[in-house]
Design a protein around this ligand. Sequence first.
Ligand code: BMA
Length: 306
Amino acid sequence: MVLKRYKGNPILAPRGEGWESVMVYNAAAVYEGGKVHILYRAQGSKPGVSRVGYASSSDGFNIDERLDYPVFGPDPVNDLECLGIEDPRVTRIGDRIYMNYSAYGKNMGMVNPLQRVQIGITSISVDDFLEKKWNWGERYYPFYMVDNKNSCFFPEKVGGRYVLIHRIPPHMWIAYSDDLKTWVDHRILMSPRFEWEYFKIGGGAPPIKTEEGWIVIYHGVDRKMQYRLGLALLDLEDPARVIGRYDKPFLEPETDYEVSGVVPNVTFSCGAVVIEDELFVYYGGADTVVAVATAKVKDVLGLLRK
Ligand code: BMA
């Protein structure tokens, strides 16, 4: 297998008795200032409110620092997200770090009363982020009251516009914007194709730029609700064009920490970084822990060329 799990997995697990005592999973990652910054989803109960915790690593594997408080949480008086901030994805664009999340709220008007999850977005300056001054800016909901999640930004404009991946089940969608707020030209980017992603697919880590195209790590859900990671390649100049799609899972639940936990048989990624020529994929195992797996970028591209 091209993607190799770190032997010291999991790298983050629940701890204490409070907000992160039961589930620590689905982490975003960004490489800045010589460190991988990991923003993970944490819960103190299930069901329960999700918040975002912070840890960092200088080698991508060993955690050097982990804060004991959430760095971002739901606005309790905002019906759109008062029940939780789920599955963060972070992307640096210019001098800000954007965080896309699934906003879980009491939105009685939404079509699916059980779901009530829509895309929330906020951002912070790179300087504040690196100094751990958690001055997150405005929170906004670009697809107001639409049952939608798994969104992430591309790290730069493509063809003069910002680009977003989002997910209205069962497809992954792509959309474009001039200001990161109003999204137009929505179209289906990818639909479920293989048995292991039969039920639905959704974006994972924000796309990673390479000479051959944008690497996209996504998740596929099968008929038994098992979550696996998938791999695709988008055209550099026209990212709505899928130029490669690996027909097998890039990663699937196999180890104890992926097979057993609060939600068994889940591998779910919200973040990946490249350090030199190595791709580090951060992912949640069984909705309970955070793990990391690595592969050479050239080997990943090799899978996508076949
Ligand atoms: C999805 C999301 C993920 C979670 C997965 C498996 O709907 O809520 O956060 O990892 O289900 O439970």
